[in-house]
Design a protein around this ligand. Structure first.
Ligand SMILES: Cc1cc2nc3c(=O)[nH]c(=O)nc-3n(C[C@H](O)[C@H](O)[C@H](O)COP(=O)(O)OP(=O)(O)OC[C@H]3O[C@@H](n4cnc5c(N)ncnc54)[C@H](O)[C@@H]3O)c2cc1C
Length: 427
């Protein structure tokens, strides 16, 4: 493969870890990473945490290993399309970049406020990249009188925690019943709500914002609520989830939409008829693949650990072939830090019909919740109790009877209750 060229579209975590794995596995050809951002790959988790609190500068987030990688960098260069037959990426600057193999790692972007005119008001922020975090941090440095956060998912809650730590008044609104409820359900979400409120956040569940209004100078001033009422705010963080960056694949005949680009277990991208493309692979937030642990259901994750592992898996499949690489079966896992809580999760809670506090106790602020469906173990979430979590990996992988561990450290009487998760979305 010495004369081959591998191009990576998207120069961030999955692309970098994929490129590193290619070199570690002996790929000696040309390796090019193309990224629309002008920066070398950097880490996103600190952006909603230590960067907002001012403990880490936005520019101090460059990922380890970047500078030692033997690769060509085409940064500040958006990819605008793909010539599948001609095996070339089309670049927004008019250029073409030929490849023998391609790794798609274009990730996701923040879902914007849906009204484009309102979204243009100054003082409205989203949070996905380094520039977003720098702009938000500079808006916060002006000490706004009230910060409003739309959305109580992970980014919204982490931002709320960081902004409260700066001593600024924060309101969080979300149509759901509890923070993080879509992922963790109502039981664990209610515990997080208590911490949020104890930290001084004005948290308003079951609240939907319909409009954002500005003043005569084009600066945001207030949010109008469904059912009447308004909240004054001079800085708004829109934290409404993410959209996969697949627009540039439109018209290529590949199976890609806003939910991700579909691949097989070896990370090979599928065409619209479900056939794998031998030379095109995908990894990280942009990828959606049939997870063997979930009966082959297509899964798309926004987890740091998945971007790392899937980037490396795609590299192996590229060099050694799909059979040698095997089906990608990494157990979904993520962490979050907010309001003094270290939350860690293993497995997917989606579809759970029961949750049990298996170890510890929410009253002490340290516990582990296990999620099950039809008597089988699906997932586990630890709160300030990460050392208990690894014991649940094997039961989750084996779909062991729920709840799986009895007689564990600090175990209360196990009383499974409904988890308060939303109904599973249609695939
Ligand atoms: C604020 C924040 C906090 C987070 N915190 C955590 C956490 O605590 N725990 C956790 O597990 N996960 C966390 N995550 C998620 C984690 O960072 C992502 O899962 C990870 O970044 C995914 O890596 P990726 O390389 O697949 O995609 P991305 O990091 O999204 O990178 C994709 C890259 O491709 C570029 N790109 C997109 N389109 C094009 C194009 N057309 N041409 C060229 N380049 C393009 C993008 O600009 C970007 O640089 C967080 C994410 C954010 C945003």
């Amino acid at each position: 493969m010495r004369n081959e060229t591998i191009v990576v579209a998207g120069a961030s975590l999955a692309g970098l870890r994929g490129a590193e794995a290619l070199r570690q596995r002996g790929f000696a050809g040309r390796l090019i990473l193309v990224g629309d951002e002008p920066y070398l790959p950097y880490d996103r988790p600190p952006l909603s945490k230590h960067v907002l609190t001012g403990e880490i500068a936005p520019g101090a987030t460059t990922l380890p290993g970047v500078r030692g990688l033997d690769a060509e960098w085409r940064l500040g260069t958006p990819v605008s399309g793909l010539d599948r037959a001609g095996r070339a990426l089309l670049l927004a600057d008019g250029g073409r970049l030929g490849f023998d193999r391609l790794l798609i790692a274009t990730g996701a972007r923040a879902r914007p406020w849906p009204n484009a005119d309102e979204a243009r008001l100054s003082g409205i922020h989203t949070l996905r990249g380094r520039d977003d975090a720098a702009a938000l941090a500079s808006g916060l440095a002006a000490r706004p009188a009230r910060v409003l956060i739309l959305g109580a998912g992970f980014i919204g809650c982490e931002a709320a925690s960081s902004i409260r730590a700066l001593g600024l008044p924060v309101t969080v609104v979300d149509p759901g019943p509890a923070p993080l409820a879509r992922t963790l359900g109502h039981v664990v979400g209610s515990f997080v709500a208590g911490r949020m409120q104890a930290a001084g956040v004005d948290y308003r569940p079951g609240t939907r914002v319909t409009h954002l209004e500005g003043d005569g100078a084009g600066r945001v001033r207030r949010a109008r609520l469904a059912g009447g009422g308004a909240i004054d705010a001079d800085l708004v963080v829109v934290a409404l989830g993410a959209v996969r960056n697949t627009d540039w694949l439109a018209g290529t005949g590949l199976a890609a939409n806003a939910g991700g680009v579909s691949c097989d277990g070896a990370c090979r991208v599928l065409d619209a008829a479900g056939r794998p493309e031998a030379a095109i692979f995908a990894a990280g937030d942009v990828a959606r693949w049939p997870h063997p642990l979930y009966g082959g259901r297509p899964v798309a994750l926004e987890h740091w650990g998945n971007a790392v592992a899937q980037g490396a898996h795609a590299a192996r499949a590229m060099l050694d072939g799909p059979e040698a690489a095997g089906a990608y079966a990494e157990l979904p896992a993520f962490w979050s830090s907010q309001f003094g809580l270290n939350i860690k999760s293993l497995g997917l809670t989606e579809g759970a019909d029961a949750v049990a506090i298996a170890q510890g106790n929410p009253r002490t602020g340290r516990f582990l919740a296990v999620y099950g469906r039809a008597g089988r173990t699906l997932a586990a979430v630890s709160v300030n109790a990460g050392r208990w979590l690894p014991a649940y990996e094997a039961p989750i992988r084996a779909a062991a009877p729920f709840p799986p561990i009895t007689g564990g450290a600090d175990q209360p009487a196990l009383k499974p209750v409904p988890p308060g998760l939303p109904a599973p979305r249609a695939a």
